[in-house]
Design a protein around this ligand. Structure first.
Ligand SMILES: Nc1ncnc2c1ncn2[C@@H]1O[C@H](COP(=O)(O)OP(=O)(O)OP(=O)(O)O)[C@@H](O)[C@H]1O
Ligand SMILES: [Mg+2]
Length: 142
């Protein structure tokens, strides 16, 4: 399924729809280059999970945790050198735990994610347009 948004607010609103439908154990693999909107859509996903904290980029912290209807583990693996580093962060507990994982730059660790991961590919089109493709979505209509 491919969707188009025309502003960051629209991307946040779309993320909120995603977040409101997630169930425990969901893993969201975000893909797309710099400024594609991965952190922006995560703000919406968090809102859909009932989290009212401001979501910031975990580029330097690598993993941030937030607590709403379900825990949200927001990861950014851009700075990781290897899959081993990813595992050593203790990510298995989060991937197979009772919350939701959102992983920015997941291209780097796809072989370490569960096969049921939801893949969200984001691409800048022109100006503020973003093409958002969702694969492996297991819930109802988006
Ligand atoms: N339709 C849109 N959806 C999302 N972001 C948009 C849109 N239009 C413009 N933007 C802008 O694009 C930027 C997206 O930044 P964001 O931090 O979400 O990207 P990112 O993919 O997380 O980048 P990084 O790879 O650095 O983590 C923001 O400045 C945002 O305001
Ligand atoms: Mg980001």
């Amino acid at each position: 399924m491919t969707f188009v948004t025309h502003s960051s607010d629209e991307t946040i609103a779309f993320g909120k729809k995603i977040g409101s439908q997630l169930e425990k154990g969901a893993v969201l693999a975000l893909q797309g280059t710099l400024a594609a909107g991965k952190t922006t859509i995560t703000k919406g996903i968090a809102a859909g999970l009932g989290i009212d904290e401001n979501i910031t980029s975990p580029t330097f912290t690598l993993i941030s945790e937030y607590y709403g209807r379900l825990p949200l583990y927001h990861m950014d693996v851009y700075r990781l050198d290897s899959g081993e580093d990813f595992v050593n962060l203790g990510t298995d507990e989060m991937l197979y735990g009772d919350g939701v994982c959102v992983i920015e730059w997941s291209e780097k660790v796809m072989d370490l994610l569960p096969p049921y991961s939801i893949i969200i590919k984001m691409e800048a089109d022109k100006d503020n347009d973003r093409l958002i493709t969702v694969e492996n979505w297991p819930y109802g209509e988006l």
